[in-house]
Ligand binder design. Sequence first.
Ligand code: NIG
Ligand code: FE
Length: 405
Amino acid sequence: MKADLLLHDVRIVTMVRGRYGLIQRGAIAISGAHIAWVGELAALPNVDARKRIAGRGQLVTPGLIDCHTHLIYAGNRTAEFEERLQGATYEEIAQRGGGIMSTVLATRRASPEALAAMARPRLRALLSEGVTTVEIKTGYGLQLDAEVRMLEAMAMLAEDHPVEIFRTFLAAHAIPTEYRRRPDEYVDQIVHTMLPHIAELPPEVRPDAVDAYCEGIAFSVEQTRRIFEAAREHGFPLKVHAEQLSNLGGAALAAGLNALSADHLEYLDALDIPVMMRAGTVAVLLPCALYYLREGRRPPVDLLRRRAIPIAIATDANPGTSPCFSLLTAMNMACILLGLTPEEALAGVTLHAARALGRANRLGTIEPGKQADLVLWDVETPAELSYYLGYTPKHRVIKRGVVLS
Ligand code: NIG
Ligand code: FE
């Protein structure tokens, strides 16, 4: 067998079916951007490899995937942070035109180049922990031109670095102040103007999915439904921010329309879970946001487990509710605050995160045929990835078969 790269003498955490699936003395043969062979070193066929890496017992995992971020934004929300420390709530701040809307005003004034420049250090922080795929949402423009500038900034970030960026269109992130008294007209604007326009964008900027924030301070279930039905007509997969501050039924609505994921879910009701199960909708849990908001409610992890709903974990990196640019921290918080096991947390940032992006056919596990997105870690056990707080074990990243560091 011919290969471009052979990793040998490694312990492999395959994450097949969301379990560690540990191979103790393994090898991985990579051909081009893909995994050609995985297994026990002893069973390795004769390989003619252009390059070899001896792992000396290092642990290999799939490249990590942050499947929910709002990395691109301008402005500064530290004044709100201080207000919240004095007792103001996130909802109160949003209702008086702060919150998301304050980031929107700053983001609307920024060029795509400026937005990309501001996002670069945040993206670099994520990538420095073995993240190889990042989802990024629009939603701080809330006007067609400004939303498109955010998509252009994402394309610029993708040019700098081999990281894979999944673009999500979130014009339904908040009701912009100018539509405050006529929110349905903003929904009309999304349905009749924005979605038809973005559906025709060139492939390097066209969004990969459409999202909406279904919440008391944002869009009702009925408004969300109109946006999702229109998005589906343009062929966009769906994602939803739902049941973060209250239970409106946004997750069940989205799952009923076959959404890839429903995200947040602190107030998810048991009755909403069967429809997620039938649709294969992933529950994306965002522990850094609930930590940052000092939210006392927890997503119903036990019920999700019992129904075998795939659980993904993400940073929700954003300036308001989760200024967290560390996926390893999100994994730790998933264990400490939500009660996940380290194995579930790792599945949450690999296989299940890939499913939340509709890319599990290509990403998220170490199996023949999958893309060679891998991280070699200097750790003794896979649980170590969830164990530290503010410490990143030494590691090397391989993206699409190319050794990056
Ligand atoms: O996922 N919930 C809505 N969106 C973000 C918050 C964005 C912001 O406050 O700027 C979230 O928590
Ligand atoms: Fe979010």
